[in-house]
Design a protein around this ligand. Structure first.
Ligand SMILES: [Zn+2]
Length: 301
């Protein structure tokens, strides 16, 4: 299996050594913009020590399926692209390291735990539930195994994210960052809006204005609306740990999150691409091009 091939299926066969390929980092081609796109939840390489009680189809419903490929043309427009290879069901780089349900651990954790609302929903650092709220894991997980996931996946991803933002900031004096996700088109048992609630096409999150200049949020929303998408801001998703730690607008570091409805590009029951896939991918390339041009002007302003 080629882990860079977006059509590759799940496997644990060549999952070790894992840390050397916990992520892919794609440098921009042509003129570099102060813009980073990251996809933390689209990893689909399941290591051999990942044990689950559900089918592959149910398991893969936890992925932000193919988001790395949907934004895969971002480097052609001057953006840097970071994508996780490990699945979010293995460990979630968009969570705090202490956001863990103690019941998942077989043994004694070295650090104090601080399980939050995401853990209560079964989607903390280590995911415990399927989209419909059923148990995902085969049983409690060893302390050593979980620590290894943190060292081999969480830290490499977050360090690379931080280092890349630092590098862009140092070169340009400012940096803009879009944290890309996809969401079920309808709310579920494990989402903040609850089951049955239909979502808009796109939900932009900026932590109620805390993670970036409001002009960035407004520009992205306006461009998406101009492309014909329905857009909501901070409802039901305001953004999570990645933009909370990376977004520091007072330092000219601007992060926002985009959640795209999976109905735009995939059949959510069968996890297959629909006719909308190509259109969304083309629109995202256009969005990145427009945002890249906007950042070049904004950094000089
Ligand atoms: Zn996500």
């Amino acid at each position: 299996m080629n882990p860079k091939d977006p059509t590759s299926d799940i496997t644990g066969a060549d999952a070790a050594p894992f840390d050397s390929w916990a992520y892919d980092l794609f440098e921009p081609q042509g003129e570099e913009a102060p813009l980073l796109i990251d996809s933390p939840h689209s990893g689909r390489v399941y290591p051999a020590d990942f044990q689950t009680r559900v089918t592959a189809l149910v398991l893969r419903g936890a992925e932000d399926w193919m988001v790395d490929d949907l934004v895969g043309e971002a480097p052609l427009e001057g953006a840097t692209l970071l994508a996780a290879r490990f699945p979010r069901a293995y460990i979630d780089p968009n969570r705090r390291l202490d956001d863990i349900d103690p019941a998942l651990i077989d043994g004694t954790w070295r650090e104090p735990l601080n399980p939050g609302p995401k853990t209560a929903l079964g989607i903390g650092l280590f995911r415990a539930k399927t989209n419909d709220g059923k148990p995902l894991l085969a049983g409690p997980l060893s302390v050593e195994g979980l620590q290894a996931r943190i060292e081999r996946c969480w830290w490499p991803y977050r360090r690379t994210l931080n280092d890349t933002l630092d590098r862009l900031h140092a070169r340009h004096g400012a940096v803009w960052h879009i944290d890309m996700h996809s969401m079920k088109s309808v709310g579920t048992e494990i989402t903040p809006d609850g089951p049955g609630v239909r979502r808009p096409d796109m939900v932009i999150g900026d932590l109620e204005g805390e993670s970036c200049d409001p002009a960035f949020t407004a520009f992205v929303a306006e461009r998406l609306i101009a492309m014909g998408y329905s857009v909501a801001v901070n409802d039901p998703y305001k953004g999570a740990e990645i933009i909370r730690t990376c977004g520091r607008p007072a330092e000219n570091r601007h992060s926002l999150q985009i959640e795209m409805s999976r109905a735009l590009y995939m059949d959510e029951a069968t996890i297959t691409a629909t006719a909308g896939y190509a259109r969304l991918k083309a629109d995202l390339r256009r969005l990145v091009a427009e945002v890249a041009a906007w950042t070049q002007e904004a950094k000089a302003a």
